[in-house]
Design a protein around this ligand. Structure first.
Ligand code: TYD
Length: 192
């Protein structure tokens, strides 16, 4: 057990989870908590490899899984665990639920994906799943003008969303609608 709290924000690409993670971290800091803001994939060597592969040749499901797990192993050891031991609140934008949803959508077994992650990664106190339909999330991504990457086709995002929603039966996972302005959605976060 750890002294701090670990809160993860999850959702498909373009769901607005990163904005909600930021608003929540701001809200906690305004109340005097020590907050560590972080995200996966990280900016470490494995995270960089993952980002490069997104725009070039996509890795096989197994190689992709290996890269996300090694990225997370380093993240847990170097930042997440030390922060939790100190009593900080760690607010993370994506965590192993993304692995279960995305690598699960590529055909890997969700139970095995959970087991491989939970062998080393601390379980969050709360997972906030920001849910939007892929057609809306893709509109947002296109409006940002960054271009879609290899993870972001409507078919794949639909499969990923279903896998996220399938996790909502876990007690520590809460789902809320990501539709509306960031402030409206944040109002829903605070009700949880
Ligand atoms: P994203 O949050 O879009 O990162 P950024 O915009 O900062 O580059 O995450 C990158 C992609 O990686 C996203 O499409 C989801 C995917 N992903 C997985 O497939 N498995 C994982 O375990 C994680 C953390 C992310």
């Amino acid at each position: 057990m750890h002294a701090g709290k670990l809160i993860a924000f999850e959702g498909i690409d373009g769901s607005g989870k990163s904005t909600q993670a930021r608003l929540f971290a701001d809200w906690l800091e305004a109340r005097g908590r020590e907050v560590v803001r972080t995200r996966e994939p990280t900016n470490g060597p494995w995270g960089r490899k993952i980002r490069e592969a997104r725009f070039t040749a996509r890795l096989s499901p197994e190689d992709e899984l290996h890269a996300f797990i090694e990225d997370r192993r380093q993240h847990v050891a170097e930042l997440i665990n030390p922060s939790l031991s100190r009593g900080a609140v760690v607010v993370i934008d994506r965590y192993y639920y993304s692995t279960v949803a995305y690598q699960g959508a590529r055909g890997l077994d969700p139970a095995e994906l959970f087991a491989r992650n939970r062998a080393f990664a601390p379980k969050p106190d709360l997972v906030v799943l920001v849910d939007v339909e892929p057609k809306h999330s893709l509109e947002r991504i296109n409006a940002r003008g960054e271009g879609q990457d290899l993870f972001e086709t409507i078919g794949e995002l639909t499969a990923v969303r279903q896998r996220f929603l399938a996790m909502a039966s876990e007690a520590h996972v809460t789902v809320l609608s990501g539709m509306g302005t960031p402030e409206v959605v944040f109002g829903r976060v605070l009700l949880k």
